[in-house]
Ligand binder design. Structure first.
Ligand SMILES: [Zn+2]
Length: 579
């Protein structure tokens, strides 16, 4: 694959992905594996068995006829008999055939670099002492001076919400630079050696949109938001080209193992600019990816304005809906606030027992510029809004800006939209902006929001799926991997049950989704949100993207959805994953 002169302007890029960037550069070479229309009027493949279509007009079928990767008939065996010839191959899957699930917001790149890091999640480290112990153990196995890295640490799940301060990290690991990523990815914790390694001192200015936490003017070790986090990650050992490819495939295979056939990468370009997109095409060129990837280009790159970032994508020929059927550039991503469990989500009222109500990452002027930089080039806009004030801030901006861009419905989205008012949901519908909920906020953090972070009254307003539907919206559900695991059926279970992991109680039963609403949110709605109208359900004319699973979610108890196993997934009718 050709490599162009790419690297001189990409110091930030090579800082994180090294030689993989040099090899991919900004040369985008789609592989075009799949046919976009049926090859013939007769079936090359016939699926016979239990089929749950996800199409409410015809929810079940016994046979599905495929030609050139496209569904050309679905219904009873008699319905498709006319499409069968002597050369049609018949497959009888072991399990129920369902539409391939759609994961509309996850992160490949920031997750990929953390794959080998020490897992400090609450599931693995039951106490804060366990977190510190795991770091000490990792340091004991790491030569002095080399990085010790941790991920998925979440103080909000421990009593007293202990921070991993510079002082604690210096004491636990005195001889190595240490960096620990918060589960939300909105915070990074560093010891003195990690600051020294990248030359960040008490005197270093905060970059726009990021912060180095300080107490009495001295760095306290808590680093907030991507622009500051990326400065801290600049001296990490770079993965090799082979490690990058293996990491991407490991992540996408884990998606396929949950029945997923399409994902939206929700911050493309954060670590390596256009190279992230061209690397995906490069890997897909070597062998078809196990999952289709739709990308959202990230607006906030250190030392660049959003308009400059947009110009780089355009200069590389990456325009809206360009690419191929496996890797396609679709959207423009703006993040307006932080993490609610990290108390940097932006709220109309302060956090429980505090004066602090979080803050916006942008001023009204810079947010306007960040959004219009995407709209000017025709991108679908995805805006991360976590707290209710962030929703208000971003919604106000969109209401002001969108009328100037005509009637072109790009299906703009708000991400997480974790806390909303009735008025905001109604205005989202009016503005044509659909929500995507990080549904397992309820399962994992619902009790923390209720008991310590926001209080019971506000916690009821977390992830209002039922109200979103009632407002006429088409919500989807996402994992925000690696904030939570890619597991759409678990998210859908949470949408129906709203049960809390901490105590099994139900958080606001009035917001429970119906079975159909929850499953639409991980299939047809999510497909619609990523502009994949040829996917999301099994219907004539759509692509034959499907999974073979142990039980039909449309007819089985939602309490068991997370335990449904996936035997196989198929893309364009050909095997993409096998358990
Ligand atoms: Zn995200």
């Amino acid at each position: 694959m050709a490599s162009t002169s790419c690297c001189s302007g990409h110091e930030v890029s090579t800082a994180h992905l090294g030689e993989a960037v040099s090899s991919a550069g900004t040369s985008v070479n789609p592989a075009n594996h799949g046919a976009a229309s049926p090859a013939t009027a007769t079936a090359d493949t016939l699926i016979v068995g239990a089929i749950s279509t996800g199409n409410p007009a015809a929810p079940t079928a016994q046979a599905m006829a495929i030609s050139g990767g496209v569904i050309i008939g679905i219904g009873s065996e008699a319905d498709v008999a006319g499409l069968i010839t002597a050369t049609t191959k018949t497959i009888k899957p072991e399990g129920t055939v369902i539409p391939g699930l759609i994961e509309p917001h996850m992160h490949i790149w920031t997750s990929m670099i953390t794959l080998p890091w020490v897992d400090l999640s609450h599931e693995v480290c039951a106490t804060f002492d366990d977190v510190v112990g795991a770091l000490k153990a990792a340091a004991a196995k790491t030569p002095a001076g080399q990085y010790v890295m941790g991920k998925l640490f979440d103080p909000s799940l421990y009593a007293g919400e202990p921070n991993l301060t510079r002082a604690i990290l210096d004491q636990a690991v005195p001889n190595n630079p240490v960096l620990v990523m918060n589960a939300s990815m909105h915070y990074l914790y560093a010891n003195s050696a990690a600051f020294e390694a990248v030359g960040v001192t008490d005197q270093t200015m905060d970059p726009p949109g990021g912060s180095f936490g300080r107490v009495d003017g001295k760095l306290n070790g808590v680093v907030g938001e991507a622009p500051a986090e990326l400065m801290m990650l600049a001296k990490l050992p770079k993965p090799t080209q082979a490690q990058v490819a293996a990491g991407v495939l490991e992540i996408l295979n884990a998606c396929a193992a949950q029945g997923v056939t399409s994902v939206r990468e929700a911050a493309t370009g954060t670590l390596a600019g256009v190279a992230e997109y061209s690397i995906l095409h490069q890997i897909n060129g070597a062998a078809r990816l196990p999952v289709r990837v739709s990308t959202a280009q990230f607006a906030a790159i250190p030392n660049k304005t959003p308009a400059q970032v947009a110009a780089e994508w355009k200069a590389a020929g990456v325009t809206p809906f360009s690419g191929d059927e496996m890797v396609r550039a679709d959207a423009w991503k703006v993040v307006t606030d932080g993490s609610n469990q990290g108390r940097s989500g932006y709220f109309l009222q302060p956090y429980l027992g505090e004066d602090n109500g979080g803050h916006a990452n942008w001023t009204p002027e810079t947010l306007h510029d960040a959004i219009t930089a995407g709209l000017d080039d025709g991108w679908q806009i995805m805006v991360h809004t976590n707290g209710d004030a962030a929703v208000e801030f971003a919604l106000g901006a969109m209401e002001e800006i969108l009328p100037g861009y005509g009637t072109n419905d790009l299906r703009h989205r708000f991400e997480h939209v974790s806390f909303t008012t009735d008025d905001q949901l109604a205005r989202l519908a009016k503005a044509g902006i659909s929500p995507s909920f990080l549904m397992n906020h309820v399962y994992y953090w619902g009790a923390a929001f209720r008991d310590t972070i926001l209080g019971s009254a506000r916690a009821q307003r977390l992830d209002r799926v039922a109200s979103a539907y009632a407002a006429g919206l088409r919500p989807s559900l996402h994992s925000d991997y690696n904030v939570t695991k890619v597991h759409p059926l678990q998210s859908a279970r949470t949408a129906v049950l709203r049960q809390l992991q901490a105590d099994g109680s139900v958080l606001n039963p009035a917001e429970c989704a119906t079975v159909a609403q929850a499953l639409d949110a991980i299939t047809t709605n999510a497909a619609w949100q990523i502009h994949a109208d040829d996917r999301g359900s099994l219907e004539v004319g759509k692509r034959a993207d499907y999974a073979v699973v142990s039980a039909d979610p449309w007819t089985s108890d939602p309490a068991g959805w997370a335990d449904i196993t996936v035997n196989e997934t198929y893309i364009d009718g050909t095997l993409a994953y096998q358990a």
